[in-house]
Design a protein around this ligand. Sequence first.
Ligand code: PHB
Length: 363
Amino acid sequence: MTDLFDPCEFNGFKLQNRIALSPLTRTRSNDAGEAGPLQALYYAQRASAGLLITEATPVTPGGRGGPNIPGLWSDDQVAGWKLVTDAVHAKGGLIFSQLWHAGRLSHSSLGGGEPPVAPSAMRQPGQIFTAEGPKEYEEARALRADEIPGVVEMFRAAARRAKAAGFDGVELHAAHSYLIDAFLRDMTNKRTDAYGGAIENRARLLVEVLQAIIGEWGGERTAVRLAPIGHAYQAWDSDPEPLFTHVVERLNDLKVGWLDMVEGDTGVSRMAEPSFDLQKLRRLFKGVVIANNMYDRDLAIAARAADNADMIAFGRPFIGNPDLVDRLRRNAPLIVADPRTYYGGGAKGYTDFPTLEGEAAVG
Ligand code: PHB
């Protein structure tokens, strides 16, 4: 017996079950960064999840981690997302928009020729996929302190647009060495002003952005994604336990409703150097904890049995299985999607997967 598939109530929402769709970049927007009918179909097909979290959605062109990612930096992008939220709501689903600034993990070709910005000047090793194909990451420009209010305003404006687009809430991407996480950690934040040095300074941008978002949405409709022990894109901190303890205490002060916590290293390992026990954060946080990273059915059921999380999010399994909840409930086989169709293209590998019922009908 498990309660994973049971309806539940969190933060004033009625959820169909305790399974969430993790944010997944699928890079199928038009060149203006608008979602449209294709995204509406994709999310609606997955609306039986208790909560859908959208692909990471840039709040400014220079905060994009690649081309053809649907954004919320412009009012023109609201209508496409409204198609998505209407389609999900028509199927009885709930959907949060994940707001994102990639920081140094963007590229000047995406940011109107301007170099990407970060807490401190730094170049990421490796390559980024751009509209002109793969390119070396560039040295990021350190944000001046007087530019930071503008960054906060970008998130506020995107949060407001998410509301106009009919979302049920928003999630702030504060993981994986993107802009907010890069401020949190001492390997990527070498600042000596009010946004660097002591933990409370490094957490200042996160807190200010959350205050702006909560001003639009309220805490119960605001989520935060953290990856406290992950090292994606060189997300290192010399002492993550006090850092993330402080962060979660601030989330509690702000009455943030949801903590989307990446366990281990995203897409790599659940076990990645557990420098401290994430259950400490789970117990500290007063809201709803959504755990994710490489869960399968058995792990998800065990996590609920131990109350190690309130909800479990699945990413890649949802790509090939729009009816993942039904398949997990029935312990049915899962379709493995082709990684070559994860990013880019059209309906193929995106909206063309059968449900169990559909498979049965086709025979
Ligand atoms: C991530 O959070 O790991 C992530 C976000 C956006 C991407 C790829 C990865 O496009």
